[in-house]
Design a protein around this ligand. Structure first.
Ligand code: ADP
Ligand code: ADP
Ligand code: ZN
Length: 215
């Protein structure tokens, strides 16, 4: 299964992609996670990316396309992958088409998660991410058993640097301008399955699995 998760910040892409990844045994390819690990490692690319990420803008297409090309060529992506947070612009989508053509692969489905604007601000301001394993929680909507401690690995839960209200507004604008057009882009290939992301995490998951069933 080769799939893309599309949706505004806070729509549940990461949460759902992680669950599908475990269920199907295919990797979650999250450009946000890969960029954050480059930031943590302090690579030159990471340092440049951090300024863009903290302002709520997108990192340059060439940078993310390069990261994804390298990742998709790895052997664990052979039987499938879940792209989470990529592509985010039309040039990225064009580059992905070219990359997949080169690898002799085709996309199976694009899952488009739809959510209300107010809900995403609430979701993102309450989002906490495990520093060690990346698992996501929400202080109210999906709390860990023990406050600030990851249920999976015991790691410390952190607020992302860009999950602050002013930056969130900017990220939502960037989404509407640069990423939302990709829904039409993939509709032309008849790949889009729209899912109501306002439901419970498990209901959203069921709907995604159902939407994938026909693929
Ligand atoms: P994205 O990757 O699209 O930015 P996340 O998966 O990180 O979104 O979800 C954002 C926050 O909302 C997280 O704290 C997550 O626990 C919570 N969340 C995700 N899906 C739902 C849902 N269906 N209902 C309530 N909260 C959710
Ligand atoms: P969210 O899940 O909340 O939408 P991500 O973790 O996917 O956030 O992305 C966080 C930030 O990383 C983005 O605001 C952007 O600066 C950068 N980023 C992630 N993926 C891409 C991409 N495909 N193109 C450009 N920038 C990206
Ligand atoms: Zn953890």
């Amino acid at each position: 299964m080769k799939m893309i998760f599309l949706g505004p910040p806070g729509s549940g892409k990461g949460t759902q992609a992680k669950m599908i990844s475990v269920r199907l045994g295919i990797p979650q390819v999250s450009t946000g996670d890969m960029l954050r690990s480059a930031v943590r490692e302090g690579t030159p690319m990471g340092l440049k990316a951090k300024a863009m990420m903290d302002s709520g803008a997108l990192v340059a297409d060439e940078v993310v396309v390069g990261i994804v090309q390298e990742r998709l060529a790895k052997v664990d992506c052979e039987s499938g992958f879940i792209l989470d947070g990529f592509p985010r612009t039309v040039p990225q989508a064009d580059a992905l088409q070219a990359c997949l053509r080169g690898l002799g692969k085709d996309l199976d489905v694009v899952i488009s998660l739809e959510v209300d604007k107010d809900a995403v601000v609430e979701r993102i301001t309450g989002r906490r991410t495990c520093r060690d394993c990346g698992k996501m929680f929400h202080v109210r909507l999906d709390p860990p058993t023990q406050e600030n401690i990851c249920d999976v690995c015991g790691g410390e839960l952190c607020l992302r640097d860009d999950d602050r209200e002013a930056t969130i507004r900017k990220r939502l604008e960037v989404y509407a301008e640069q990423t939302a057009p990709l829904i039409d882009y993939y509709q032309r290939f008849n790949l889009v399955q729209t899912i109501d992301g306002m439901q419970d995490i498990s209901q959203v998951q069921d709907q995604i699995l159902m939407a994938m069933g026909g693929k």
